[in-house]
Write a protein that binds this ligand. Structure first.
Ligand code: ADP
Length: 574
């Protein structure tokens, strides 16, 4: 107990005790003597007593009363002394820190508990400013608050509580709860504060808040979460897992996760899983599970063992993601692939059959017609010759059509064989022009190469297929041209490692509304209503071929003025 308190207590106690003893010793003995002498006087000299006996008796009674009061006064003094000793005992031994400060903020008293709370001996603090116990960042705030307190009039009997921090001697901060009251002591206005260490309570609160946060996260997790004990018995399942399984919580708690098994896994799989988990590792796997209603669902689950602070295995936690829709999509894709593969196989078979079944008889028809026409031993009359030529024309047309359809089907089926080599695009173009020259003459269209001498890089392509494409573009440029029209060919290095071949005509052009359909197979963009022959396959085939050769095809057109179709092919390397 501090000297200050001792002093103040002892002063008060002494005052009472001294007064009592003084009165007791100085007044009691004469009083007793007066009483005894009065009694003796009455007894020994009863005849000579001039004082009436009643007065004498009253005197004795007053003296006895005074004596009794004095004894009571002494007992009270002893009680005050005992209570002060008890108070000191309490203050010295309570766990909470009691501190008294005056109106200037000076510490007047601190009980020994301050040592445990802040590390100071009470004597070190007496006379010091209370700010010594306040964290630096709170000093300003506390000073302002204290100033407010001292400015207003005294309010006794009202306890205020603040949750704050105190600074220890080492500078470390601790969470405290401060309860304070104002009072008057020995004529001075003082503040009595009780400081309680609440750091453990704060830590517990923080731990509890943390625990609540984690528990909420698990509860609201978009993945299914299940916790089992070390024997694999379910102790917890979050709402997502219950939704996935169709069970309610009371139906799963206490059960084994086998409840969800669709029975797909082998015993060996489970054994491997358990040995992995029991060796302290996590296990990831896909499980085919069964809902309460018997329907199946797929999850990808990660299971991990959980240990307590002593390293004892206590639980397993399993986080599950429902992958049923992914599984179904994969299955649908696999089915579609299988279907496509079988369709492709059927198509290949159909193509090879068609190749044989159509071309063989057609070649025979054309061949026999040629024989008929050219047999010198059986010359045909003019009517027969005309019929035979008709057979051959139609046969050739049909053969061309069949060839194109088969080519188109083959390119679409990816069965087209290309033999790319370094190729001179200008030579191929010239050869193609020669092939369509008869058509140009028949349609009175002139063909012109814009820069026949221009040196252009070689292209890496299949020369036969390139020729087929250029012939197709030239034929169209002639067919859909005007009489006396012009077809110009331009071959240029288009940059980015490509060579571009442009076929420009002065023909009918393509209406803007139909441009999207130009490369659609069998679409003649209304040309079927004209006298111009065609099948609607040529450009679709060109597009497929050029793309197989890593090239591009495109066009520009102005209706009534003409079109420019172009292809681009990669330059030969090295
Ligand atoms: P087709 O055998 O009918 O010529 P294509 O596939 O070669 O088939 O061409 C498709 C359609 O595109 C043609 O029917 C025609 O309407 C249009 N077309 C193609 N080339 C030209 C062109 N140079 N000028 C105008 N229209 C064209």
């Amino acid at each position: 107990m501090s000297e200050q308190l001792k002093k103040s207590n002892s002063v008060e106690t002494k005052d009472v005790r001294n007064t009592a003893s003084f009165i007791y010793t100085k007044a009691c003995l004469p009083l007793v003597a007066i009483i005894l002498m009065s009694i003796a006087w009455i007894y020994i000299y009863p005849a000579e007593v001039s004082v009436p006996p009643a007065l004498m008796l009253a005197l004795i009674a007053i003296c006895t009363l005074l004596f009794a009061n004095l004894s009571h006064y002494k007992r009270q003094a002893n009680t005050v002394q005992n209570s002060n000793q008890r108070l000191s005992l309490v203050l010295n031994n309570i766990a909470d820190t009691v501190i008294t400060i005056d109106i200037h903020g000076q510490i007047k008293y601190a009980n020994p508990a301050i040592k445990k709370l802040c590390g100071y001996h009470p004597c070190d603090l007496i006379g010091q400013s209370f700010t010594q116990l306040i964290p630096d960042h709170l000093v300003e705030k506390h000073n302002a608050g204290f100033l407010q307190l001292t400015k207003r009039s005294l309010m006794t009997g009202q306890t205020q509580h603040i949750s704050t921090q105190a600074k220890q001697k080492t500078g470390r901060l601790i969470d405290v709860e401060l309860s304070y009251q104002e009072t008057h002591f020995q004529g001075e206005r003082v503040f009595i504060g009780i400081l309680k260490d609440i750091s453990e309570q704060k830590n517990n609160e923080q731990a509890e808040a943390e625990r609540r946060k984690l528990s909420l996260a698990v509860h609201n997790s978009p993945s299914g979460v299940m916790i089992t004990d070390s024997q694999g018995i379910i102790e917890y399942a979050n709402p997502k897992l219950l939704k996935m399984t169709g069970y309610n919580i009371s139906e799963v708690i206490g059960k084994n996760p086998r409840l969800f098994s669709a029975g797909e896994k082998q015993q060996a799989d489970y054994q491997q899983m358990w040995s992995t988990l029991l060796s302290g590792n996590s296990w990831y796997d896909e499980f085919k599970n069964k809902r309460k209603d018997g329907s199946h669902y797929w999850v990808i689950a990660s299971i991990a063992p959980m240990y307590d602070n002593q390293g004892t295995l206590t639980h397993f936690v399993s986080v599950q993601e429902d992958i049923t829709s992914i599984k179904q999509a994969n299955q649908a894709m696999a089915d579609a692939k299988e279907l496509a593969e079988s369709a492709l196989k059927a198509r290949s078979e159909f193509l090879s059959n068609m190749n044989h079944e159509l071309r063989t008889p057609l070649n025979a028809i054309i061949g026999f017609a040629q024989l008929l026409e050219s047999d010198p031993e059986m010359p045909l009359n003019s009517e027969q010759t005309e019929y035979t030529e008709q057979i051959m024309r139609s046969g050739h047309h049909l053969l061309e059509l069949i060839n194109e359809v088969l080519d188109l089907a083959k390119t679409e089926a990816g069965q087209y064989q290309l033999t790319p080599v370094n190729t001179n695009a200008l030579s191929i173009t010239k050869e193609s022009i020669a092939m369509v020259q008869y058509l140009a003459e028949r349609n009175s269209v002139q063909i012109k190469v814009k820069n026949p001498e221009f040196k252009i890089p070689l292209v890496y392509t299949d020369p036969g297929k390139l020729k087929q494409i250029i012939i197709n573009l030239l034929s169209n440029a002639i067919k859909y041209n005007k009489s006396d029209g012009l077809v110009s060919i331009d071959i240029l290095d288009s940059g980015q490692g490509n060579v571009r071949i442009c076929v420009q005509d002065t023909g009918i052009g393509i209406p803007e509304t139909l441009r999207e359909q130009v490369f659609q197979p069998f679409n003649r963009l209304n040309a079927e209503n004209s006298h111009i022959e065609g099948t609607g396959i040529g450009l679709a085939l060109c597009k497929n071929l050029i793309e197989l050769m890593d090239g591009k095809i495109g066009f520009n057109s102005i209706e009534g003025e003409g079109s420019t179709f172009w292809i681009e092919l990669p330059q030969a390397k090295g």
